[in-house]
Write a protein that binds this ligand. Sequence first.
Ligand SMILES: [Zn+2]
Length: 260
Amino acid sequence: MFDKWLATLPNWKILNDLRFEWNNISYQIDSLSIFSNTIHHFEVKNYEGDYYIEKDTWYLLSGTEISNPLIQLERTESLLRRFIKNLGFNYSIESYLIFINPEFHLYHAPRNPKIIFPNQLPRFMKNLRKKTSKIAYNHTKIIDQLISYHVPDSPYMRIPKYTFDELKKGIICPSCHTFYTAFNKKYLVCDHCGNKEYVTSAVLRCIEEFTLLFPERKLTVKEIQEWSKIIPHQTVRRIIANNYKIIRQGKTSYYIHPDK
Ligand SMILES: [Zn+2]
C-alpha cells in the first residue's frame, strides 16, 4: 500500500523490492525513491500487535526477541551508501522505517525521526508530497545502474552476507559522500568538496560504522586502522582509548562501547 502511494508522487522515481549482490554482499531494499539529489530509502514493516523495546532490543509482548529493524535499516543504508559511491554517484540518502499496520503498537518507542508509526504516516506522506518539485531531474543513469545490479530473489540466498575483506575501506566525507584521501595530523580535508573535519569525529564515525556492519568482529586498533585506511595506528589508538573501554584478554586486548 505504501509503494502504491509513493507511485502517485509526481517527478519521483520509485524502485521497489530491489536486491543487490555486489562484491558478494547481498541485501534487500523494500522501496527506494529518488528525488532531487536525495535517495529516500524505505524499509516497510507490516508488524501487527504489541511490541516493546528494552535496552535497544526489540521483543514481541510475549517476550520473544526479534531482530532490531532499526539496525537493519542502518546497515542497509550504510551498504547502499558505499554501493552508490562506488558506482560514482553523489546522492545523499535518507532512510525511514515505516510501520504501516494500524494494529501495531510499540511500548518504550524511541524518539527517532527515522521511525514512522502508523498514526504519523498521513503527516509523513503529506510532507513528502510537499517536497515534490516542478523540475524533473534526470535520474536515468543511476536508475539504469541500480536496475542492472538488481538480482531476483533466490530462496538460497536470503541472508545478507558480506565480509570485512570484501568491502571497500576508507572514511567517507559526510558532506559529499566521497572517500577522504589524505590525513594531516588534526584534520581530514575532502579533496572533492573541501569539507574539513576533525580526525576524532571522523574516526568515531568510522568505528560506529564498523561495529554496525560487523557486530561479530572485535573492535581493535588494527581493525579500525585497516577499515579507515588512511588513519595511522597511533592516532586510531589514541581515539579508541579515549572513547571506548578496553578489555584485556591475555596478550591481546579489544574495546567495547563504554555504555555496554
Ligand atoms: Zn566532501
